[in-house]
Design a protein around this ligand. Structure first.
Ligand code: F6R
Length: 620
């Protein structure tokens, strides 16, 4: 949430910052701004609205130099106005900062600063930090009775950070040190791009792609001082740190739209490839099992595990629910799926034989990170199923499995969900083969999994059919999504997709639960989406469909090709290829993703940037 960029070097800073902000816009798009070092002052341009509006403002009133910082905001404190946009100036403009995170004690700090005469222009928690830095800078300068130098600025930042409670990724510019950027983090991500005679700063690696592939991930409690030819990093308590430079393997094409009108559609259509990537190199055909290299636990340790806890938020939590069914079926391991936001404050009985997995696309979700840290604090090995390499959760976990899905930029998660389900299937196979799952059963699962990229390709052929159905139903204001067993989480996920990008009220339920309440909602104006492919307990779900039809509720079914019975009952049918029950979430999610995409378009919604949302939820 909120995206930060910074640049120091030889390029035109406005261009670098604005391009970086465009790439980070998925993290928040309420307002945007830049602060650029001028000869004798720091110039700020900021606007409520999208980065495009900021670009227009910069075109009208250009600012140029080689050093600057920028921000794209997801509002927490204060409305989305020009004044509340970042960067914020401290004192009389001696310092400018951008901030990602939340300062919990901002109110009392604000009162103290106001008493000292500081004047606030915004309602944000961030402006408190800016004034506090200016205050400590003035204090240090008085002590040294000299012009502030880099060491004084650094000291002012350190003194400020000591007084903050909450989370932050901060970048600061100082009027007195025009060739310096200071950055610090605690809880919110920051990555430094290392070029020749230049450095980049960003909340994630996307703004660095195309400029440099050498990166340093700043850890919590580290402060970086960047000058055109030097990068110094220190830990706030342990002192100087030798930066570990890592190599990014992303290329520009990964973050470009290509021929697609939206990232969401691009990412839906990438799923044959992203699933193939999740599976690549992860089969042991000889043993009929999966190859899972990164758990950092011995086979003996894994055999003693008697319970699994999966923790996540949103779509990743839905993937976790599919994981629960898979782990219990293949590995006979009792599994619980916990909302990370609940787990972090609960004290569930987790023993040293419990395996805790955090599932997260971004690897930065504040609640998931906090839940993982809580489990770690209690001494449990913490593992992650994560997409973003180098993200905080990926780095702090004791081990884990990467999705290799490539950057997911559309705010609504699509390909990450199917990759999470794919990886959880591999994990269940792996743990299953250490327990009760037979060799032939393992071989069969592998065979089915290998066919999935092709099956997803086939499932995507429903695109036109879904477009027509979206046309027919786009003006309805309430939807039910119903499925059972492996398709219950798919129903939840389908409803979430519709809610988040079309702003239509939708509820997901286990189909049979409908009779215990939600059936009261059924009428001619409330369509029900039934996820009802062949297999499992399909006849029971068909009965639930009949119950809805009997009450005049329109029924849209996601069914297996050629299923005449479903065709007879449902008003509209979208067909998906025939796969085994446990793989149905992968194929059945495709039409639901496409449906919400097209309904959102028809309703004039911003598909890739839905209102009120942000891709990485780095605040609690
Ligand atoms: C919905 C969506 C969110 C995320 C959730 C967790 O489409 O994207 O519900 O799934 O915010 O995010 P990660 O997986 O990054 O931890």
């Amino acid at each position: 949430m909120c995206g930060i960029v910074g640049y120091i070097g030889f390029r035109s800073v406005s261009d670098v910052l604005l391009e970086g902000l465009h790439r980070l816009e998925y993290r928040g798009y309420d307002s945007a701004g830049i602060a650029v070092m001028q000869e004798d002052h720091i110039a700020v341009r900021k606007r409520a609205g999208r980065v495009n509006e900021l670009s227009q403002a910069v075109k009208l009133h250009p600012v140029e130099s080689k050093v600057g910082i920028g921000h794209t905001r997801w509002a927490t404190h204060g409305e989305t106005t020009d004044e509340n946009s970042h960067p914020h100036l401290g004192g009389n403009g001696e310092v400018a900062i951008v901030h990602n995170g939340v300062i919990e004690n901002y109110d009392s700090l604000r009162n103290q600063l106001m008493e000292m005469g500081y004047v606030f222009k915004s309602q944000t928690d961030t402006e408190v930090v800016a004034h506090l830095i200016a205050h400590h800078l003035a204090e240090q300068t008085r002590l040294d009775s000299e012009e502030p130098c880099v060491a004084t600025c650094l000291r002012a930042i350190e003194l400020t950070l000591d007084r903050l409670k909450g989370t932050f990724g901060i970048c600061a510019l100082f009027q007195s040190c025009p060739e310096t950027i200071i950055a610090a983090r605690s809880g919110s991500p920051l990555v430094i791009g290392v070029g020749k005679d230049e450095f980049f700063l960003a909340s994630d690696a996307s703004p660095l792609i195309g400029y440099t592939s050498d990166v340093v991930y700043l850890a919590d409690n580290e402060i970086a001082v960047l000058e055109p030819n030097s990068m110094k990093i220190a830990h706030r308590t342990t002192g100087s740190v030798q930066p570990s430079i890592q190599t990014l393997d992303q290329v520009s094409a990964d973050i470009e739209l290509g021929d697609f009108p939206h990232y969401m559609l691009k990412e839906i259509f990438e799923q044959p490839q992203s699933i193939a990537n999740a599976l690549r190199g992860r089969f042991d055909d000889g043993e009929g099992t999966a190859v899972i290299g990164g758990l950092n636990l011995t086979a003996q340790q894994l055999r003693t595990i008697d319970r699994v806890v999966l923790t996540a938020c949103g779509t990743s939590w839905h993937a976790g629910l599919v994981g629960e069914y898979l782990l219990e079926e293949f590995a006979r391991l009792p599994t619980e799926v916990e909302y990370a936001s609940e787990l972090r404050y609960r004290n569930p009985p987790i023993t040293d034989r419990t395996l805790v997995f955090s599932i997260t696309q971004s690897g930065e979700t504040a609640d998931t990170l906090a839940a993982m840290r809580e489990c770690k604090r209690k001494g449990h090995p913490t593992l992650a199923i994560c997409n973003v390499v180098g993200s905080t959760i990926a780095r702090e976990a004791d081990g884990g499995i990467y999705l290799h899905a490539g950057p997911e930029i559309g705010v609504a998660s699509t390909k990450a969900f199917t990759s999470q389900v794919t990886v959880l299937t591999l994990l269940a196979l792996y743990l299953g083969r250490m327990r009760h799952l037979s060799y032939p059963a393992g071989k069969r699962i592998i065979k089915q999994l290998k066919m999935m990229p092709e099956k997803i390709e086939e499932a995507l052929k429903c695109h036109e059919q879904v477009q027509e159905i979206a046309d027919k139903y786009s003006q309805f204001n309430n939807f039910l999504y119903l499925g059972r067993l492996y398709n219950f989480p798919v129903a939840l996920e389908g409803a979430l997709k519709l809610k988040e990008i079309s702003y239509i009220h939708a509820e997901g339920y286990p189909a049979a639960e409908m009779k215990h309440g939600p059936i009261a909602l059924v009428d001619e104006q409330t369509p029900s989406f039934f996820i009802v492919p062949r297999g499992g307990i399909q006849p029971k779900v068909i009965s639930n469909m009949e119950e809805v039809k009997a009450r005049k509720g329109p029924v849209i079914a996601v069914a297996t090709e050629g299923d005449r019975e479903v065709e007879r009952i449902a008003d509209d049918v979208i067909t998906v290829p025939d796969v085994e029950d446990y793989l149905q979430p992968l194929v059945c999610s495709i039409p639901l993703q496409l449906f919400s995409y097209h309904v959102a378009l028809l309703r004039g919604c911003n598909v890739d940037r839905p209102r009120n949302l942000a891709k990485s939820v780095t605040v609690e």
